[in-house]
Design a protein around this ligand. Structure first.
Ligand SMILES: [Fe+2]
Length: 236
């Protein structure tokens, strides 16, 4: 049977597009001042622990616990918590109808300084309801799609893989399922940009090389009732 694709797209009441993936992307207004101070804290921390400079440094995930008194980190963590609440409250709105107060905890926060094409393998995070990345120094990472040199992989970009990746890998492809070719979302590093995502979402920072190190903060967050850090099965 021959068919012609419709020229316009109308909302079809018969069609259900289910289970969207929430990702929050927003810019920190105070990033210029705060990032400069964060760079000093992180460089000092790194210099203390590293005798010979290596191309990549990944701190332990206790940076928030270690530097709780630093105003720059306090400001960043507040911005992160506000972002986590923004995305969590939106997607949970139908389920939070009877919830009065909540408590957001940053359960892990660490930084990474990368250069010389170092990267991390595709991975997911755990033990949290939200994860995120914040760009302290995007340095020479590709800032837009147009910056990616033809035929090259993106420099230092964070790539998120959606469920279509599984559907398309080694699968059947023709006009009927072209939409499955939309497999990933690229986050282009930009100083002061925050990305909050569900921790089960596969992602990978592409190899980075540049004059300055690419510096990012990663974190885990949990949301509980204000009476205690742990929840029981009733979420009460
Ligand atoms: Fe990660």
């Amino acid at each position: 049977m021959k068919k012609t694709p419709p020229k316009t797209q109308k909302k079809n009441p018969n069609l259900h597009l289910l289970w969207p993936t929430p990702i929050l992307v927003k810019k920190f207004g105070q990033h210029q001042k705060v990032n400069k101070e964060l760079m000093e804290i992180f460089s000092t921390h790194r210099n203390k622990l590293e005798k010979t400079k290596k191309p990549m440094f990944v701190s332990e995930d206790n940076i928030w616990a270690l530097y709780k008194d630093e105003p720059a980190l306090q400001k960043l963590v507040k911005f992160i918590m506000d972002g986590v609440f923004e995305i969590a409250s939106e997607v949970n709105a139908p389920y939070w109808k009877n919830v009065k107060d909540l408590n957001i905890e940053i359960t892990g926060l660490w930084f990474q300084m990368t250069n010389e094409h170092k990267f991390q393998e595709t991975h997911v995070h755990g033990n949290c309801s939200w994860s995120g990345v914040y760009y302290v120094n995007a340095a020479n990472a590709d800032k837009t799609k147009d910056d990616v040199k033809s035929g090259d992989m993106p420099n230092g970009v964070t790539r998120f893989y959606g469920p279509n990746m599984e559907a398309s890998a080694g699968g059947h492809g023709e006009f009927g399922n072209m939409y499955l070719q939309d497999t990933h979302f690229d986050s282009y590093p930009e100083d002061g940009k925050l990305v909050v995502f569900p921790p089960h979402l596969k992602h990978m920072p592409f190899p980075y090389a540049g004059e300055e190190d690419r510096v990012i903060v990663s974190f885990h967050a949990q949301i509980h009732n204000p009476n205690g850090f742990k929840y029981d099965y009733s979420f009460s």
